[in-house]
Design a protein around this ligand. Sequence first.
Ligand SMILES: [Zn+2]
Length: 302
Amino acid sequence: MRKKRRRRLKLLNLALLIGLAVLTVTLIVGMLIPIKQTVFSNNFKQAVNASSFTNNTNALIESLKTQMLDSWQQEAKEKGVFEEIPKRYQGVTLNSVKPNQSEKIIALTFDDGPWPKYTEKILDILKENNVKGTFFVIGQNLKNFSEIGKRIVSDGHTIANHTWHHWYHKMNSKTAAFEIDATADLIYKTTGVRTTLFRPPGGIVSNGPAGYASSKNYSVIMWSADSIDYKRPTVTRLLRNVTRASKPGGIVLMHDGGGIRDRTVQALPKMIKTFRKQGYKFVTIPEMLEIEDKQLASISKK
Ligand SMILES: [Zn+2]
């Protein structure tokens, strides 16, 4: 008699435990994946029906967890993180936007990484100053320094395409396509981001990759303020190069890879300070396009 009651008590505890665990997992996963909840909850119901409460508790919880994680990962894999670019900029080449006068926005962009030391230092500075930037990465560098590439994204910056080899010469269509597609694939495989932003090496738009990128609806992003940091100017000069050419809606070009970038690293905190003093707000390229797109849309409505 007592044995039976104890057994029942044990079963009750077990049921409670399962209920609690299921609730916890549901809550956590529910918070993590708002995507396609119907699919998820169907899987969930099936899982609960299939396993009666007499089954081993741990096995049940484990199988639920696995199912949830699987469907979550599968969905994330299918969809990727996609920063959609407004339609009016798809297949378009631009070097700045023209926001309303009230919007003093500027985009800091960094080319040729990811690269040890420099990219990492720049990421540290951006983090300290709570600034988000845009990194146009080279495929073969991302392959070699994938952890730094991942950090670009996990720190909240935008990652974008700067070809695989950084070639300047004229390319046939097959090579041009490889330069874009292989880099885009690796960005996706490394960071989960699907990018449709491209910057041509050397700003050359006539040697193949930029044309291919446009045909695939990429936005080809040039710049309006060149730091000319690749010539390794003094910090003062570098800053002057940038501030002289800067305006609201402007895009600043700097480099975090492909050479010695100490000057860029040294100049960056001062640059951020100067822009902030002038009332500028830092945005990523997708944010910048989004802001102008909304403004243009509201004007055309009027
Ligand atoms: Zn470059």
